[in-house]
Design a protein around this ligand. Structure first.
Ligand SMILES: Cc1ncc(COP(=O)(O)O)c(C=O)c1O
Length: 384
């Protein structure tokens, strides 16, 4: 049986050139970058080169980049670190949105427990925040706004540039979780009015457990861990040299085929939608998220009347990997907080499945998968 992986928003396969770049740092060049001898110097040099390469691709200074263990840690460090740095100035209020990744929402909930105040902005039916709502939420105590670039469940893109300008005018920091946007949307960090940006390597065919936090100015952030001087004292601990080298290679590859990939995944998404209407009928499914402003590799579809867990299980039996959100402790799929915030009807929410595409997804895969979805949906509709 052929297996088809359509869950690239969850993670992507490691690119063979990334693996090749990483291998020497597990073997010959295994030194600790803090050691003064030749082994250590080689490892240190590798990190310096990786940081320089990434900074060049993202158009920022290498000093503005902090390597972390992934998108989750970058989000944590951005929010906890900046709130720590600003609280002595009486800045204790954060604005975020109801559709952020848990790496942001859980940090905000934690901060509420220890005395900070958080406003969770609503979104419209497409998953977009309103600029008026944002402005109305500003308080004299607002320190930080945290808004994601593109949503990981429905792909909706937020008006980051506009938000950035408004935040800067009001002396408020802006953190952007750009984990899903990297490798798809060109990132020219020096031209963006953003103070903190989170990235993750494994969404762009890089290694898992490696992330990056861009920090516009050093004084905006206090370290959240102690024990070493690494990453200019902002993120202590012996660096994961192989992962960092792999991340730099993944960024380099992603930059080289970014425009091509964007076009490729956008055409796969279109084809998927077109074939779905042939296989299941236009009236039998709907697409969730913004119709125009969306990340092109994410397609969130609902099949009203069909239970998503049943559909995903049947797809899995046919070798197709897609996503229905996260499982709760009982093993059942939780309702998506993103779709709830979008105010979608129960039937749409309970039947939503995310398909996400990568550079190795082909038209043939889309043809095969949509055919199989057609078969399953027709069968399930008959038995319902
Ligand atoms: C938008 C977003 N933010 C943060 C993360 C967390 O990144 P990581 O898996 O590298 O911790 C993810 C991962 O799915 C994501 O999609």
């Amino acid at each position: 049986m052929d297996e088809h992986y359509l869950d690239h928003a969850a993670t992507t396969p490691l690119h063979s050139e990334v693996l090749e770049a990483m291998l020497p740092y597990f073997e010959l060049n295994f030194g600790n970058p803090s050691s003064l001898h030749a082994y250590g110097r080689r490892a240190r040099q590798a990190i310096t080169e990786a940081r320089d390469q990434i900074a060049e691709h993202l158009n920022c200074s290498p000093k503005q980049l902090i390597f972390t263990s992934g998108g989750t840690e970058s989000d944590n460090l951005a929010i906890l670190g900046s709130m720590d740095a600003l609280k002595s100035r009486g800045k204790t209020h954060i604005i975020t949105t109801q559709i952020e990744h848990q790496a942001v929402l859980s940090v905000c909930r934690h901060l509420e427990l220890v005395g900070f105040e958080v406003t969770y902005l609503p979104v419209d039916a497409y998953g977009r925040v309103s600029i008026n709502d944002l402005k109305a939420a500003f308080r004299p105590t607002t320190a930080l706004v945290s808004v994601m670039y593109g949503n990981n469940e429905v792909g909706t893109i937020q008006p980051i540039e506009e938000i950035g300008v408004i935040c800067r005018e009001n002396g408020i920091l802006l953190h952007v979780d750009a984990v899903q946007a990297l490798g798809i949307i060109p990132m020219n960090l020096s031209a963006m009015t953003v103070d903190l940006i989170s990235f993750s390597a494994h969404k762009i065919n890089g290694p898992k457990g490696c992330g990056l936090l861009y920090c516009y100015k050093e004084y905006l952030l206090d370290a959240q861990m102690y024990g070493g001087n690494q990453e200019r004292k902002r993120r202590p601990g012996t660096e994961n040299v192989a992962n960092i080298v792999g991340f730099a290679k993944a960024v380099q590859l992603a930059s080289s085929y970014q425009a091509e990939k964007r076009q490729h995944v956008a055409s796969l998404r279109l084809l998927f939608e077109k074939l779905l209407s042939v296989e299941v009928g236009n009236e039998s499914f709907c697409v969730n998220g913004h119709p125009d402003d969306h990340l092109p590799h994410i397609l969130n579809v609902s099949f009203p009347g069909i239970d998503k867990a049943t559909l995903l299980m049947k797809l899995d039996l046919m070798g197709i990997a897609a996503s229905g959100g996260s499982a709760c402790t009982s093993g059942a799929l939780e309702d998506s907080h993103v779709l709830v915030a979008m105010g979608l009807p129960y039937e749409i929410m309970k039947s939503s499945v995310r398909f996400s595409f990568g550079y190795e997804t082909t038209n043939e895969i889309v043809v095969d998968v949509t055919k199989k979805i057609g078969t399953i949906v027709k069968r399930l509709r008959k038995t319902n």
